[in-house]
Structure formats: C-alpha cells, structure tokens
Design a protein around this ligand. Structure first.
Ligand code: SF4
Length: 705
C-alpha cells in the first residue's frame, strides 16, 4: 500500500487508451508511479478523465508482463529467453533469408495504434526501406479504414473536421453507430453538457441512429429527439432516406453547394436520392425505421441550425462502411454543415493513436500524410531522405497478407502492439495464416493470443516508458513523456523503448539508422509530411499540443478543417446505393449479432483486464430482447451458446429491451469469449474493414464453457 502524499515529481503525459487523448499529471514517488491526475490544462480533456485513464495503468507492472526477448525455431517448441542482441540477430537473419528466397513482397508489418507516431513511422519505414515492400497495415484496417477512404474521397483528407470543443456550438447533434458514453467518455461528458443546455442556452437536439438503445438516448436530463433503431446493416438505406427528404423537400443549402462543392456530382447525387425508390416510406421495409421518424430526423438535421455528426465503428465495420462514411459526408455538404464551429463530420477514433498511425503512412498504398505510393514525386522525396528505392505498387492489407500466407507467398510478419488473433475477424483463418508463416515477430507487452504462433517475442514498452507523441481524434498531436525507465530489460539489464527496438532491428538488417531521440524522428516526419511541416518538440512543449495541418498556410494549426475550401478543392458528392450485406439470417441463424464496448474495459482487454478495472466487468455477456429470450426458454444470467456459420462460443445472457427483437449484442473484451470466432469473412468493399457489426447467429441454452 502506498500512502499518497505530495509527489516528489510529476510528468505531464497523454492517456494510452481512447482517441479522446486526455492528458494527465503522472505523480511519482521515487521511481514509482502513485497516481494519475487529469491535467487541468489538457486541451482535449480540460481536467477530466474516465476510469480507464485514471485507474487502469497498473498493467505496466503486472506479473504477466514479459520483459525478456524470447525466440524459438518452431512454434511447437518452448520459448528461450535470450539477450536483445541474440533476439535481433536471430530475427534479422530469418527475415533476410526469407527475403533472399521469396523476395521482398513475402515480408510485411503491422504498426500499432497503441504506440507513438514516431514508432508507427519507424515500423512503416522498416517495412518499406528495409523489407522492401509496401506490405504495411495498421489496426485501422479493422476499424476506421472506411473513414480514410470515405473522407479522403469526399473532402480530400482522412480526418475529422472539428475540435471537440466545437460541439458546444452545435444545435443538432447526430450520433450514428457510436456509443460515446462507454467508448469516448470524456467527450461524451462535453456532448451531454451541450445536450442539457446551460446558462439559459437551450440544449442541442439529439438524433441517435443505432440498433441498440445506447445510454445517450435516455440519460438524466437528456432525451433524444429521435432514436432510429435501424436493422443492423442498413445505415446506407437510412442515410439515403434522409437525403431523399432533404432534396425533395427543398432543404438543401444551395449557396454552400454552389460555392463549395462539385455541382455536377451534386446533381447526380440529388437525382439519385430523389428517386421515389429512396423515399422513407419505401426504405422503411429495409431499415425497419418508421418513415415518419426518418422524415422528422432529416428535417431536424437540415433545418435545426448547426448540425454536427459524430460516428463510430457502427458506421465503418460493415460491408458498406466506406459508402456510409460518404453518405454522411453527402448529408453534411448538402446542408452546408462543414467548415465552421458547431458542425462537421467527426469520426470518434477508438484507439489513442489510430489517427496518428494512419497519418504516419501505415497503409499499403500511402506514405505519411495520405500520399499515394504510386505518385513519383512523393516517392522521390522519401527515396532521397531514406537513401533507398521504393516499390511503387501498393502492398497487401492485413487480410490479404493472411490469405497470401495460406497460399504460401507471404512468409514473415512483424507485428507491433496488436493482437490480430483476438481482434481480427474469422479467428480460424487468422490462425491458419499465422501458422503458415516462417517468421512471426510479436512485439508486445504480454504473450497475447497471436504470440502462440510467433517465433520471436520482442518485449514492448508501455506509454509510461518512452517519449513520443499521440494524435487524438481531433487531429491534436500531444506529447507522451517518459515517466519511468523501460521494464523490458534483458539478462544484461538493457531496456528499450519500442522505437529503439525497431531501430535496432533495422540496424541488425544493415540499415544504419542513428536516431538518438524521438524528436529527431518527428523532425524527419515534418520534413516529409506537408501537414506536419510546422510540428516539432519545442513547439509541443511550449504550446502543449498542435492540431494538424500545421504548416505555412496554418501556422497555428487547424482546430476546424475545410474552412475556406475543402482540402480536395470542391467537395465531392458520391452516389451511395444501398447494397444488402451477404450475411443473411435464415431458419438456422435467425438473429443478428452486433458488438460494442463497455466503459471500464478497453478493446481485447490486454491492458484493462490486468488492472483494478477488471472488477467492474469480469466477462462479456450477450444482450437479448425479452421476447427472444422467452421464445427460446432462456433465463437472464444463464449460460447460452452463441453460434454462427463460422464458429461458436459460450457466454452469459442478459435479458434487456436495450436491443430490439431479432438483434443480440455483446462486447469483445475477454479472450475466454473470443467473440470473433463467430464473426464473418465479409468486409467493406473499398477497404476490407471487417463486417463485425452484422453476424447471423443462433442462440440456445448451454451448460457453460
Ligand atoms: Fe480520456 Fe479516453 Fe483515456 Fe478515458 S480512455 S481518460 S476518455 S483518453
């Protein structure tokens, strides 16, 4: 027990959980962290925090943490603890041999949204400049890659348009496919403030589009004006019906469209949505949302003043994820709700640095700043800086790497801070891909599920053990500061931050990197990335944070994007036709499963399950409507078997009318449940983002696991 008194020193740093990016004062006694106190000057959190950032940091010292590098020749052999030098030499030799035998495109890597910008940048640089391929991807593949595609196509860049504070000027807030109370709690508090109203200012009106009755729909002093409880998988149909109302009832902001958007594309889109086939009355049969509610919600969003849209993975993790993002952008442009405070299109990013890992060139087709690898001028810039020739062809995405591994053409992967076996869909296929590879390198804090298939385990460093930066969901780049020395010390007492490990691996492969501090990596990023041109550590220390783009045009950064014009020039309307998912219910699998998160846990729980937060949520449960439970003779609290065409698992039942009849819901925080054994192989047509949110399932009684 540590008595908390006056700390001996404090270090201001940034939370390693969600995309809100709260900053904290880490209070230290000697080398021991005793408390995390939300920092009152934090620009993203203004002194607030949630139970994850404040209390769930104990995983840093958890007994499960692996602190020594380990290797093995084959995955059926026991691990052998070795020095960093031996582990890196073993890894480099194996990677080089695979490259010599099968070619550069047989190797790839995955950057981590848990790690810093500088670390993500180095992993993609290692893959491109060291391995020699563009086979680099990131966890955004399974969450917000459709945001990347959709917002870049319509607006010109892959990021939310507003800062969080902007919501205080919203008059109507549309939340679609997001549950901020659980997944983005500190932003949710600010949103609720605005919804409640204050100081004589009436609260903003709220529209929720979600198959589940999330907390926002009805919470103290807040009642959504409209909750469109749609059938999972019909987002595009709902948004098309709303667009139909806006166009056919003359609610378009003509001046905005004429001045700011591609008018020909608008006219094509307007003709499409105005077609009687897209009326709320016709689409009601698809969406199961009453036409009158669709009409009322559309009118409110278009005419209620400043309209702000916030969305999450309930938008992106669908076979039409990219289409849904573009349908949202279409609505915002048609109503003139882009380019000023209180409006905009805002993806609520799940992970602390998923925005940053995407910004840093973690996609197989893009270098940092979202510039396509096929662009010769961009490639030449990087080739000069890095002193190598780059492959001009886009590389493989995570699912394609796994497919190619099963086929035998992809042989080695370096995975930093990501447990793809637990977090990616179709667990059996992921396992088959990993098992087929000759070299799987897992660089992580714990022996995660993926490590069962690894030949090399490189122990990682926590956010408390390194310097760097994270970029939150409002494009805010914030310092991460070293609070304690890395615990990942080998037998020789040498510990390394993750960026140092990647650099050591690069050098073991002969690349000759010589960064002495992450600030030098950021300087390189700024030289190569126009939207980061004005970012450096001196400014971050002085100003606390910077919102990109930061460059000659925006020397002080950019709280609001697309103010004078869209990044792509004219905003582009895109016709988004509703296409039903291939995942169908039927007599064997009559229910639709959708998934989400809970406040106290985080993603696959690798961190939060190893902290005091574990007491608040010990297991994933399946939510089912009372009618469905009664029809199956299932009781609240009993064990049930959840099965799909892909697999099955066992979990406890919670009977609740939060979900509609025909829909069931669970979280995916616990490896005992492995909810993704039931999810399908279907994915977004543009980005391969998995369709986690729609799985046809059956549920029956079980005696337990
Ligand atoms: Fe803030 Fe998110 Fe961390 Fe909670 S998890 S403290 S909301 S950054």
């Amino acid at each position: 027990v540590i008595e908390i008194g006056k700390p001996e020193r404090t270090v201001v740093t940034t939370c390693a959980y969600c995309g809100v990016g709260c900053t904290f004062r880490a209070e230290m006694r000697g080398e021991q962290l005793v408390r995390m106190v939300p920092w009152k000057d934090g620009k993203a959190n203004h002194g607030h925090s949630c139970v994850k950032g404040r209390f769930a940091w104990g995983y840093a010292n958890h007994a499960d943490r692996i602190t020594n590098p380990m290797i093995r020749e084959r995955i059926d052999e026991p691990w052998r603890a070795v020095s960093w030098d031996e582990a890196l030499a073993f890894t480099a030799a194996r990677l080089s041999a695979i490259k010599a035998q099968y070619g550069a495109r047989a190797l790839g890597g995955i950057t981590s949204s848990r790690c810093t910008n500088e670390e993500a940048y180095l992993v993609q640089k290692l893959v491109r400049a060291g391995f020699g391929s563009n086979n680099v991807d990131t966890c955004a593949r399974v969450c917000h890659s459709p945001t990347g595609y959709g917002l870049r196509t319509t607006f010109g860049t892959s990021a939310g348009t507003q800062d969080f504070d902007s919501v205080m000027d919203a008059d109507v807030v549309l939340v679609i496919g997001a549950n901020p109370t659980d997944a983005h709690p500190v932003f949710a508090s600010r949103l609720k403030q605005r919804l409640r109203g204050k100081n004589g200012k009436a609260g903003a009106k709220l529209i929720v589009i979600d198959p589940r009755r999330i907390d926002l729909v009805r919470s103290p002093h807040i009642a959504a004006a409209h909750h469109l409880a749609l059938q999972p998988g019909t987002n595009v149909a709902v948004l098309t019906a709303m667009a139909h109302v806006i166009v056919t009832e003359g609610l378009v902001d003509d001046a905005f469209v004429r001045e700011r958007c591609d008018v020909d594309a608008f006219e094509d889109w307007a003709r499409f949505v105005a077609d009687p086939r897209h009326s709320p009355e016709v689409l009601e049969a698809v969406t199961r949302v009453p036409a009158a509610d669709l009409r009322a919600a559309a009118r409110l969003y278009a005419t209620g003043g400043n309209g702000a849209i916030y969305y999450g993975l309930g938008v992106t993790e669908h076979s039409q994820g990219s289409s849904t993002v573009m349908a949202i952008a279409n609505l915002a442009m048609a109503t003139g709700n882009v380019g000023r405070r209180g409006v905009g299109v805002n993806p609520l990013r799940g992970q602390n640095n998923v925005q940053g890992s995407c910004d840093m060139g973690s996609f197989p087709h893009e270098l940092s700043g979202y510039r396509h690898i096929s662009d010769g001028n961009t490639r030449a810039l990087f080739e000069r800086e890095w002193g190598v020739s780059l492959d001009p062809d886009p590389g493989l995405r995570i699912p394609n790497m796994l497919d190619a591994a099963v086929d035998g053409s992809f042989r080695a992967i370096y995975i930093q801070g990501e447990d793809i076996l637990q977090s990616d869909p179709d667990t059996r296929h992921v396992a088959a891909g990993l098992a087929a590879m000759d070299c799987v390198i897992v660089h992580d804090l714990f022996l995660n599920e993926t490590a069962n298939y690894a030949h090399v385990f490189l122990p990682g460093s926590t956010f408390l053990e390194k310097d760097g930066t994270f970029t939150n969901a409002e494009r805010r780049i914030q310092p991460v500061r070293k609070v304690m020395d890395p615990a990942n010390r080998d037998g020789e007492g040498r510990g390394m931050a993750d960026w140092e490990v990647t650099q050591a691996l690069a050098n073991a492969m002969g690349l000759g990197w010589s960064y002495t501090h992450p600030r030098e990596i950021m300087d390189e990023i700024a030289r190569l990335t126009p939207s980061f041109a004005g970012v450096n550590y001196a400014r971050l220390d002085a100003e606390g944070s910077l919102q990109w783009p930061v460059n000659a045009e925006h020397p002080d950064g950019s709280p609001i994007m697309h103010e004078a014009g869209f990044v792509r020039g004219k905003g582009l309307f895109v016709v988004t036709d509703y296409v039903p998912t291939d995942e169908k219910t039927g007599p064997r699998f009559p229910l639709l499963l959708t998934t989400g998160r809970i406040l106290s846990q985080y993603n696959v729980g690798a961190q939060t399950r190893r902290t005091a937060n574990g007491v608040w949520h010990k297991e994933d449960v399946l939510e089912m409507h009372p009618t469905d439970a009664e029809n199956r003779g299932l009781a609240d609290g009993g064990w049930v078997r959840l099965a799909s065409r892909k697999g099955e698992t066992t979990l406890r039942l919670k009977v609740t009318d939060r979900v509609a009849p025909g829909v069931v819901y669970t979280t995916f925080h616990h490896p005992e449940t492995q909810a993704n054994v039931v999810t399908t192989e279907f994915s977004d047509w543009a980005t391969n983002c998995p369709e986690y949110k729609v799985t046809a399932v059956q549920v029956g009684a079980s005696n337990g696991p």
